[in-house]
Design a protein around this ligand. Structure first.
Ligand code: AQP
Length: 329
């Protein structure tokens, strides 16, 4: 029997953070044996905000190396570059016209967060981003989409658009489901633990980049904002800073939060942070060794080969949608 399919991606929009690893990529690694796995470098999403062309080029290769360094096995999973398969953009257009309404997109919280006060002056692409994401998912008959919490609303929109299209034109798209990890689906900013950690943040101290110097990353942990009091306890409401650090610790050390809380009874923030800083330093050192073992040439070839392998499936689903709409003469 065929395995079910998972699809997910990361934008080459900055230096990947430990939040991208914990919330998304590490979960993909866990799932890659049970699923037919498709992991995309979503470059067309990245250009919804301004990108420097030279940096963007480099980051497409970087994201691919991050997938590999995290443990995605190219023998098991298909890693490719979104813009290599133009069917993504074409299906997005079809969904724009046949299934998505302005009102759907106005509800998207990520757009409101990213556009902020400048809603009238950001690109149309930033507003339409969730429709392209729906196209990415629907183009491969995806069963499940493993994402961090901030992307859940977008996967729900993909489900709604697929249902709307199917109701109007007859069964065409599979309805995808979301997979969100129990702990670590929303890693918070180290400076302001009320905000999520983001790779495009302008405050370097707010995130741990996977390519940060391990020593510098350890310092960021030591300086992370913590709460009043000194008890190491998971409490999102009253102790968002320590709760966030406990979550990072728990995922990287593969220990439960309960276990950690027990280990730190009677100890203070200083001891806890020192241990976590050491853990992060060791994690990054090993991670970067793997990351540096891949060459640009190697990842370019991998991306090209995989796009060629995947294209027929994308073409097939797109052709079905076009035929249903009446575009096939
Ligand atoms: N803070 C987070 N905690 C847990 N998971 C997270 N993800 C992002 N931030 C966190 C998950 O990482 C995957 C890739 O994200 P993306 O590149 O699609 O863009 P994003 O969700 O907008 O993430 P960033 O880091 O905040 O990027 P920028 O700054 O470019 O917008 C997704 O599965 C996401 O949920």
């Amino acid at each position: 029997m065929n395995k079910p399919t998972i699809f997910s991606g990361v934008q080459p929009s900055g230096s990947l953070t430990i939040a991208n690893y914990i919330g998304a990529i590490s979960k993909w690694v866990e799932l890659q044996d049970q699923y037919d796995s498709i992991f995309c470098v979503v470059d067309l999403h990245a250009i919804t905000v301004q990108q420097d062309p030279q940096k963007l080029k480099a980051r497409i290769l970087e994201v691919t190396k991050h997938y590999l360094a995290s443990g995605i096995d190219p023998q098991k999973a298909t890693i490719f570059q979104q813009s290599d398969i133009p069917e993504h953009a074409e299906l997005a257009w079809l969904l724009n016209c046949t299934a998505c309404r302005i009102a759907d997109l106005k509800k998207m919280t990520q757009f409101k967060d990213k556009a902020g006060e400048k809603q009238e002056n950001v690109s149309v692409g930033l507003f339409d981003y969730p429709v392209l994401m729906a196209a990415d998912i629907l183009l491969y008959d995806t069963d499940q989409v493993p994402v961090g919490e901030d992307q859940v609303q977008h996967v729900e929109l993909a489900r709604d658009l697929a249902k709307r299209f199917n109701n109007r034109y007859g069964q065409t798209f599979k309805i995808p489901e979301t997979i969100v990890r129990k702990e670590g689906a929303r890693i918070m900013n180290l400076v302001d633990p009320q905000k999520k950690m983001s790779k495009s943040s302008s405050t370097e101290a707010s995130y741990i980049a996977l390519l940060d110097q391990p020593e510098a990353a350890a310092k960021k942990i030591m300086r992370a904002t913590t709460d009043t009091g000194n008890e190491i306890r998971y409490d999102k409401e009253n102790k968002p800073g320590i709760t966030n650090l406990l979550t990072i610790y728990s995922v990287l050390a593969n220990k439960t939060v309960k276990e950690l809380e027990k280990n730190y009874i009677g100890k203070g923030y200083g001891d806890f942070k020192k241990d976590l800083a050491e853990l992060v330093k060791d994690f990054l050192t090993a991670y970067q060794q793997r990351y540096n073992s891949y060459s640009d040439e190697e990842v370019k070839n991998l991306l090209k080969d995989n796009a060629a392998k995947l294209k027929p499936l994308a073409q097939k689903i797109l052709a079905q949608a076009k035929q249903k709409i009446g575009l096939t003469i």
